[in-house]
Design a protein around this ligand. Sequence first.
Ligand code: FAD
Ligand code: NAP
Length: 266
Amino acid sequence: MSDQKATPLTVLSKTPITPTLFSFTTTRPDGFRFLAGQFVRLGVNPSELKNTQNAPDERIFRAYSVASSPYDEQLEFFSVVVPDGAFTSQLQHLDVGDTLYLNPEPFGFLTLARYQEPAPKDLWLLATGTGLAPFLSMLGDLTTWQNYSDIVLVYSARTQAELAYLDKIHELNQQFSELTDNPAKLHFVPIITREKVENCLNARIPALIDSGELENFVGLNLNPATSHVMLCGNPDMVDDTKESLKNKGLAMNRRGVGNIAVENYW
Ligand SMILES: Cc1cc2nc3c(=O)[nH]c(=O)nc-3n(C[C@H](O)[C@H](O)[C@H](O)COP(=O)(O)OP(=O)(O)OC[C@H]3O[C@@H](n4cnc5c(N)ncnc54)[C@H](O)[C@@H]3O)c2cc1C
Ligand SMILES: NC(=O)c1ccc[n+]([C@@H]2O[C@H](COP(=O)([O-])OP(=O)(O)OC[C@H]3O[C@@H](n4cnc5c(N)ncnc54)[C@H](OP(=O)(O)O)[C@@H]3O)[C@@H](O)[C@H]2O)c1
């Protein structure tokens, strides 16, 4: 579908996290379906936002991962603000009641359905920044908790203030651990790279894999026979981490077979 035929959404809530990070929820159009991990094209017309003046009267679209689960009544998104970015320098002015636009065709293959071989034991979800979003959606899907014995969520941010959704991750763990027999065990690994914070690791994801520190921290090994590994966020992280994983014998997932699946945000 073309972006210009997109469906209007109403903003229901906005949660500032830092001056350059926020999340928001919107209405979910009837019949809009997606798989956990997929992204949509989201549009804004800056001139229609309540808090803008003399803003351009045109719809601007960008790819956004859906952070809410396929079963939630509302849609949720987690956004960066790039000060000179055409989209987010406008989107940052968003307020409750504003209109956004959704191209209701879900895209992307960062989904657990892409793995066609029998489910191995452990799922590793490695994110930088807003790359957390598709993994939140997966953690809101019961089958994720049923299909693996261990889920390792690794989430890297520059500062403690930018490590968002900590309460949500805790709630999802509690909620889904009680919903099914023998649920996956969640191992949450927060990484803060530009500050020293207790209980958080303090190096980039590839370095933590190369040194063995990540596996030691979790108490599990990255294993070509048992691990599914998904990477999302900063393209340099994705490239560097792919190399680290390949050095451990893991392979890209192609035609359903192989360990590693990735999504680059820029
Ligand atoms: C498949 C896919 C899914 C995406 N999902 C999300 C999402 O859920 N949340 C989100 O905030 N963005 C997401 N993005 C990025 C998004 O599409 C835009 O790039 C972002 O909103 C910035 O738009 P912009 O026009 O302001 O700046 P752009 O001109 O698009 O980007 C300018 C620069 O900003 C930086 N940048 C862009 N996006 C990010 C980011 N997310 N985090 C840190 N730096 C960034 C890069 O250096 C980029 O070159 C996704 C991108 C892709 C391809
Ligand atoms: N975060 C801010 O303070 C800030 C402030 C103003 C504007 N912004 C805007 O937001 C964008 C950056 O946002 P962000 O902080 O969410 O994203 P980011 O730069 O991708 O940083 C998020 C995490 O990814 C890590 N990372 C970066 N490159 C990596 C690599 N090659 N391998 C492994 N990990 C890597 C970072 O570690 P390192 O710390 O080691 O890089 C950090 O922990 C900027 O382009 C800017 O426009 C951000």
